[in-house]
Design a protein around this ligand. Sequence first.
Ligand code: NAD
Ligand code: LMR
Length: 329
Amino acid sequence: MTRTPVNVTVTGAAGQIGYALLFRIASGHLLGADVPVKLRLLEIPQGMKAAQGTAMELDDCAFPLLAGIDIFDDPNKGFEGANVALLVGARPRTAGMERGDLLSANGGIFKPQGAAINAHAADDIKVLVVGNPANTNALIAQAAAPDVPAERFTAMTRLDHNRAISQLAAKTGAAVSDIKRLTIWGNHSATQYPDIFHAEIAGKNAAELVNDQTWLSDEFIPTVAKRGAAIIEARGASSAASAANAAIDHVHTWVNGTAAGDWTSMGIPSDGSYGVPEGIISSFPVTTKDGRYEIVQGLDVNEFSRARIDASVAELVEERDAVRELGLI
Ligand SMILES: NC(=O)c1ccc[n+]([C@@H]2O[C@H](COP(=O)([O-])OP(=O)(O)OC[C@H]3O[C@@H](n4cnc5c(N)ncnc54)[C@H](O)[C@@H]3O)[C@@H](O)[C@H]2O)c1
Ligand SMILES: O=C(O)C[C@H](O)C(=O)O
């Protein structure tokens, strides 16, 4: 092991996504099979004991790439020297909680975490926000980190992207590996828009192959957009292993690049492309190379897509305005 270990901070380390995520990071799936990692686990005081238990299990795996584990309940320490930060820990919505209450409670988490990233993370820090509402939590953290380039703050829509690929494969009988250029636009919420109009299946246009507008409108889009709720209903708990897998995919693709001829979906600060107001963290089709991403430009957006992108973006604008009013950004 000759490379300097990469510091990876994971918040919410004792939670269910954390438990599904940490072992895969330590075994090399996040950054590559030749990249040693040091894990920095961040929890709240009540989560420290369980995080220590998870750390004991990580030790017991004797992962060759795992160069150390430290556990903190102070964000200033947890993000010290972080090269990659996975912000998973968040305040879940509980009975009787309004959306504003949820945004406010999460502001109390993501604002100090953003400030700690600003003050203590490594210069090359890359941030993925998983904790919901992921896009707006990412915006809060980013606003609290004025010295970090804004584009380093991203939100996870890769789970939605993977869900959409899987649904499309099931409908068409194609292999998931044959499906390329699918896009999730907008918010990681029920308003998101999974777009197959530019997707390809074994080189052929997916929308033309499917040729079923009713399936697209009444089955595919709602199934993908409401999959999180369906998992909660079936499992009695929100998706964990698939969310952890998507977090691994998001960072791995960001760091190691998209395949030629393909793209992925990431929640990123808008530069105004496709009429999405600048600054809000919205999902776009992106290619990645050498640790940087670029929005895929020049796609035709038909009327059907335009209405759905606009609806999801309107929700993001509302969330931005709400956190602005709360003084969180
Ligand atoms: N973007 C996505 O696609 C996606 C998918 C699934 C779940 N999620 C979200 O991910 C989040 C985590 O889910 P989970 O199932 O692991 O939840 P969980 O409740 O099992 O775990 C959350 C953990 O975060 C910790 N935590 C809370 N506040 C913290 C703070 N300030 N600092 C550090 N740790 C803190 C808690 O102690 C807990 O251990 C939720 O918000 C969930 O809605 C997002
Ligand atoms: O935690 C949730 O509300 C659902 C989650 O975001 C998911 O998409 O599975």
